[in-house]
Design a protein around this ligand. Sequence first.
Ligand code: UD1
Ligand code: UDP
Length: 353
Amino acid sequence: MKIVSVVGARPQFIKAAPVSRVLRQDYTEVLVHTGQHYDHNMSALFFEELDIPEPDYNLGIGSGPHGQQTGRMLEAIERVLLDEQPDWVLVYGDTNSTLAGALAAVKLHIRVAHVEAGLRSFNRRMPEEHNRILTDHAADLLLCPTQTAVENLAREGITQDVHNVGDVMYDAVLHNIGVAEKHSTVLERLALEPGGYLLATVHRAENTDDPARLAAIVEAFGAIAEPIVFPAHPRTRSALAAFKLSVPANVRLIEPVGYLDMLLLENHARVILTDSGGVQKEAYFFDVPCVTLREETEWVETVEAGWNRVVGTVPGRVTSAVRELSPVGSPPAVFGDGRASERISEIIGEWKG
Ligand code: UD1
Ligand code: UDP
């Protein structure tokens, strides 16, 4: 059996790493990198650190407006699929690379498996929400990370070939945290004490493209008045410059870090502030309280368990959440058992259609 896996953005490299490792034991995998992310520390670094095989195709699409970027990917992925004639196309998450991969496949009557199916923010202004809904409705196999995702799909009438396999990002964390603890020197490099700093990431369009929201985030970080390490996505760095916003003295703005450094920074942070999907979950995996700089989250389990508070960007709300959030005990295991990748491989192998 031949599977074409389509990746393109940072979190997809991380999700594909454990899945790829398992798939290659039994099947032929052809890896396609759309080139959506391309800076060394947004792309190649993850392939090196996570031991992901070199992509068989790098489509080099790069950045651009949604229609142009997705359209160029669609055209290029179609050419690959015509050449490779795979049995399956595997897509991850909710980026433009996900949608382009799914659309290219269904047009050629090639089966689509969607990893991280069924997530919903119920906010149609998010580009990711369109990508998820369209991909889920095109997919033949829906590989959900949580029971909530299964239920979201059922509400849209999708009940066939839906599986709660667990979260592949949890597989990735379990596989890599030991390596990170042993080899990453990020705490020494940044002169940080475990528990002595907060970690922040911001990259969502709704925050970076709105000067008022980005300014509010910067103001909130300043008001927290504790050391905050802030590895900034290139889009955020550009937006800070474009809106002439400078970060307060307690904020250490750094380049995006590799996955191993990131895991270590997360594991030893006192609190994490983020608008990232993946980072909210990793905070949960590491028992670190998370303050989410958005109006809603797809990862509702983390909120229900008391480990995540969704506060938006109003500085007063952000600072009180940082002050008040102190969950007790350990968060319930709602993201599977670290064997989601194995389950995905088995389900694809056993699929009868
Ligand atoms: C994309 C995904 C988002 C995901 C995020 C993960 C879509 C619509 N959005 O958002 O769901 O959470 O990836 O990080 O697919 N840039 C660089 N170098 C790079 C990559 C990007 O400088 O290597 C800059 C460019 O100015 C680009 C901007 O970042 O225009 C945005 O990149 P893009 O891939 O369009 O969206 P993300 O914000 O990264
Ligand atoms: N990440 C990383 N370095 C960074 C920021 C994030 O390795 O500087 C990792 C993070 O640990 C998580 C993933 O990237 O595994 C999340 O990706 P991102 O926040 O870009 O996208 P999202 O999850 O919101 O789609």
